[in-house]
Ligand binder design. Structure first.
Ligand code: SAH
Length: 255
């Protein structure tokens, strides 16, 4: 492993602790056979995923050298896509639902979650390792400093568990920050009871000026921000509050 020089712009930090690798793979449920691993690298998670007989594994890896390594070391792995997860339209490779797992490239971890949200009805479960701070943000409830855009948008459609923290010392090279593993399970919300595009715009506008009261931060979307929420700041609103304010704004815009 030590002979491979990681490429900086690909967020390559290879996990070296086998027990943690196994623990991550064990965290993924077994209801859905099709599984996509994002960024397998040298296959530290892949090897344990392949040991699970019920899993039909697909991997997507952008780095050519890693792909060559995987092909050589895991000849039984037939679905290797040398592509960019953010561009690939990877859902087209699957006929039905598929779960996602990975030690995600940290430089694009938020974008990965936005992509997953876009195909959420195909993805019942995600187990991902990300920077600790991003994991906290995703799992955070309203009233917390780390609560933000990703927390609200993901929690609208997924139940989120912060599973465990991982030290920077078990990676090669070590990242600057600690990591954490989170699990997302799709909830039973099919459609939000409000206009989803407007919901997304409201959440983004509110958090883009997170210290301002909503009466100010949402002015561009709606001149008269509903009184119930006008004096609040975004971190005070639960996911259902954001749905409610979207419904109220929808009515105002219509009339
Ligand atoms: N799973 C391995 C590697 C994690 S590092 C381990 O735990 O050791 C992140 C991996 O994601 C790297 O192998 C990197 O090449 C890959 N990667 C980076 N950007 C990617 C992208 N856009 N699409 C797919 N893979 C990507």
């Amino acid at each position: 492993m030590s002979v491979v020089r990681p490429k900086k712009n690909l967020g390559q930090h290879f996990l070296t602790d086998q027990n943690i690798a196994r623990k991550i793979v064990d965290s993924l449920g077994n209801e859905i056979p099709d599984v996509l691993e994002i960024g397998p690298g040298m296959g530290v998670l892949t090897q344990y995923l392949l040991q699970r007989n019920e899993i039909n594994l697909h991997v997507i890896e952008i780095d050519r050298e890693s792909v060559a390594y995987l092909k050589q070391h895991f000849p039984q792995l037939s679905n290797i896509y040398e592509e960019d997860f953010l561009k690939a339209g990877i859902e087209n490779r699957f006929s039905g639902k598929f779960n996602i797992i990975g030690n995600f490239p940290y430089n694009i971890s938020s974008q990965i979650f936005f992509r997953i949200l876009a195909v959420r009805n195909r993805v019942p479960e995600v187990v991902g390792m990300v920077q600790k701070e991003v994991a906290e943000r995703i799992a955070s409830k309203h009233g917390n400093k780390s609560y933000g855009i990703l927390s609200v948008l993901l929690q609208a459609f997924y139940d989120i568990e912060y599973l465990f923290t991982v030290s920077e010392h078990v990676f090669l090279p070590p990242p600057k920050v600690k990591s954490a593993v989170i699990r997302l399970k799709r909830n039973n919300v099919e459609l939000l009871p409000c206009d989803e595009k407007l919901f997304t715009s409201v959440v983004k506008a509110a958090f883009n000026q997170r210290r301002k009261m909503l009466r100010n931060s949402l002015r561009e979307i709606c001149e008269e921000v509903p009184e119930k929420f006008a004096g609040k700041r975004p971190e005070q609103l639960s996911v259902s509050d954001f749905i409610e304010i979207t419904q109220l704004i929808e009515n105002l815009i219509k009339n």
